[in-house]
Design a protein around this ligand. Structure first.
Ligand code: F0G
Length: 395
């Protein structure tokens, strides 16, 4: 597929090349601009998941490292026929990261890299560890010590990566990977400042369009801020090739204690006011200095979208409601998009009649400590008397 790379900061352009990650001139974020493809039709595609859309994914792949990621269920709400949940928890390692990781690791493998690295709040780590193992690459992940949900840490251990823990937030870990990438070019970075990862994540948009067409709104939890841009990019590219005629409003949701983008946009600012010590129960999006903020703001503004934030108690309440009303188990960061939806419907910013898709980015099992906070009836019983409990409940 033809196209070019363009720096969001200095505007420099480069030919498509998977080992160019950040702008060689100024270090800025690169966008992958693909040439609109002629004669594209979904009906001609074969296979399922991310690589079904290979002709729309930039880059050349000698080796494809895949765990059949993507093809996740789009679940209609049981209470509102205009509301849908894109359940990314159904990916092989339980989050949307697998979509980006298959493309990034395939790039690393195709370019003959032997070592990959990622900073993470947990999901990128689990995904990177899994795909690196499958590809036979050595992997290092940098985690904020004591701040990663148990399920994610356990996955990373199981997949056999090397875990490097830093004393500090995710942003400290992220900074160390950026520095490593600048100083040690033999290491391929798997974070979302790597635009090739976002090429995989944009397939979320393709699947939504194949299932229900273009919705009015897509609501995405925002942390390091790559995914909202990736999904928007997918919608824009479909419009550019004439498959669709509009792009949904992209709506970003952050957690109140880690909301540099949402707070800036609400104040009418063009640049986030970074936070040194972000805090939220949604550890996946506990990020104070999102590296992709420019891309996220571009996606939100050019789609006529907006961003807002929700409190920890709203997040946990939404997580519980999703599980108990819809039967869907999502981790807290993912439930933030539902909390945001409820808040926006309440305030009248979204109408229930608008077709809205919430991206549920990760599985509830990722964070057992959060699940356990949702109270349930637990009764120590004499096995002889269980029938009495049920019969008394039914009275
Ligand atoms: N939801 C979940 C479950 C995540 O793990 C993340 C990011 C996001 C939402 C936000 O996506 O960063 O593209 O805005 N997790 C990263 C990680 C930071 O390291 O796993 P984003």
């Amino acid at each position: 597929m033809q196209g070019y790379l363009k720096c969001l900061d200095c505007g420099s352009e480069y030919p498509i090349q998977q080992d160019i990650i950040t702008c060689p001139k100024c270090g800025g974020l690169l966008e992958i601009i693909v040439e609109p493809k002629k004669d594209f039709s979904f009906s001609k595609l074969k296979g399922k998941g991310v690589w079904r859309y290979r002709e729309l994914i930039a880059g050349e792949y000698k080796h494809i490292v895949s765990l059949n990621e993507g093809n996740t269920p789009l679940i209609a709400s049981s209470t509102n026929k205009n509301l849908y949940f894109k359940f990314e928890g159904a990916n092989p390692t339980g989050s949307f990261k697998d979509r980006g990781m298959t493309v990034a690791i395939s790039s690393a493998k195709s370019l003959n890299y032997k070592v990959v690295v990622a900073a993470s709040t947990g999901n990128t780590a689990a995904s990177a560890a899994a795909y690196a193992s499958r590809a036979g690459l050595r992997s290092y992940i940098v985690l904020p010590k004591g701040k990663v949900a148990l399920g994610k840490l356990a996955q990373s251990i199981l997949y056999g990566t090397t875990i490097l823990e830093v004393d500090g937030s995710f942003d400290v870990a992220m900074n160390s990977v950026m520095k490593l990438y600048r100083e040690l070019k033999i290491v391929y970075p798997l974070n979302s400042f790597n635009p090739w990862r976002l090429e995989g994540q944009k397939t979320i948009a393709f699947e939504i369009v194949e299932d229900i067409g273009v919705p009015d709104n897509v609501i995405v939890p925002v942390g390091n801020a790559g995914n909202i841009y990736a999904i928007w990019k997918g919608f824009v590219e479909l419009m550019n090739i004439g498959v669709t005629d509009k792009v949904p409003r992209m709506i970003g949701i952050q957690a109140e204690g880690a909301a540099p983008i949402a707070k800036a946009l609400e104040k009418g600012l063009d640049k986030p006011e970074f936070i040194d010590s972000p805090e939220t129960v949604a550890s996946a999006i506990r990020i104070g200095k999102p590296v992709n903020w420019k891309k996220a703001i571009k996606a939100i503004k050019s789609s006529n979208g907006f961003a807002t934030y929700v409190s920890d108690s709203e997040i946990l309440e939404a997580q519980k409601e999703l599980a108990r009303r819809e039967g869907i188990g999502a981790e807290p960061a993912s439930a933030a998009s539902y909390a945001g939806y409820l808040k926006l419907v309440n305030s009248g910013k979204i109408d229930k009649s608008e077709k809205t898709v919430l991206i549920l980015t990760g599985h509830a099992l990722k964070d057992p400590d959060a699940m356990i906070k949702a109270e349930s009836r637990r009764i120590l019983v004499n096995p002889e008397h269980i029938n009495e409990i049920i019969l008394s409940d039914l009275k």
